[in-house]
Design a protein around this ligand. Structure first.
Ligand code: PGA
Length: 249
């Protein structure tokens, strides 16, 4: 069975004072059934992983470079993230696709580098509002799946996050039927490409305005194996009830 995953993406938020949130989470969820992941800003990764070691939280980064090392000022390689305490890296988030002009082929190259370094990857995809309104959601997701995910995944080392762009940070959430349709579609496409054994081991997260108030309803949907949470992962008091809802699902 797939282990549920509650992943918090802190984005460009957090300084030393916020490490207290991680300590609070670690204390509150020592017996968590779900896997708990925090992706703090890179500047906090090492310290976060250090203060929470031997606890229930695993750590991730929010991006990596596609090359192993070299003359790439300001960039961070997958091996550096692993060395700093990450076991996961989030790739292809819509904010990176928009802010840094990242396309599917960039995401795929980064994913290959991350997997080669021994990280697990969380690959994000999602449609714009206009694309949903034009009834193009499944085409868009199908293209992102085919383009962003490399061939050599084992199942356990890949997580796919469906994040409709119009739901991120907006308080708007797709209906249960809409989430269900996309998640079933993703699972079916993964089965076609990788075969049932690998596809069934890949966890599918929903992301976009997940809150304590809507988490239980989202986690009850088949093929939703957890959530990628932005705003509501910044404070332990908000993220804790989401983890509890996932544990109870
Ligand atoms: P949000 O962000 O929970 O703040 O909507 C989700 C994400 O971008 O991963």
């Amino acid at each position: 069975m797939r282990r549920k995953l509650a992943a918090g993406n802190w984005k460009m938020n957090g300084t030393s004072a916020d490490l207290a949130q991680i300590e609070a989470l670690a204390t509150a969820h020592t017996g968590a059934l779900s896997e708990i992941l925090i992706a703090p800003p890179t500047t906090l990764l090492h310290r976060a992983a250090d203060i929470a070691k031997n606890g229930p939280i695993t750590f991730g980064a929010q991006d990596c470079h596609k090359r192993e090392s070299g003359a790439h000022t300001g960039d961070v390689s997958a091996a550096m993230l692993l060395d700093a305490g990450a076991t996961y890296v989030i790739l292809g988030h819509s904010e990176r696709r928009a802010d840094h002009d990242e396309h599917d082929e960039d995401v795929r190259a980064k994913a290959r580098a991350a997997l080669a370094a021994g990280l697990r990857v969380i690959i994000c995809m999602g449609e714009e509002l206009e694309e949903r309104e034009a009834d193009n959601t499944l085409d868009i997701i199908g293209g992102q799946l085919a383009g962003s995910i490399p061939d050599d995944v084992s199942g356990e080392n890949l997580v796919v996050a469906y994040e409709p762009i119009w739901a991120i940070g907006t308080g708007k959430v797709p209906s249960v039927a809409q989430i269900s349709e996309v998640h079933n579609f993703i699972r079916a496409r993964l089965e076609q490409r990788f075969g049932p054994k690998i596809a069934r081991a890949i966890r599918l997260l929903y992301g976009g305005s997940v809150k304590p108030t809507n988490a239980a309803e989202i986690f009850a949907i088949a093929n939703v194996d957890g959530a990628l949470v932005g705003g509501a992962s910044l404070k332990a008091d908000d993220f804790s009830p989401i983890i509890n809802a996932l544990d109870a699902s």
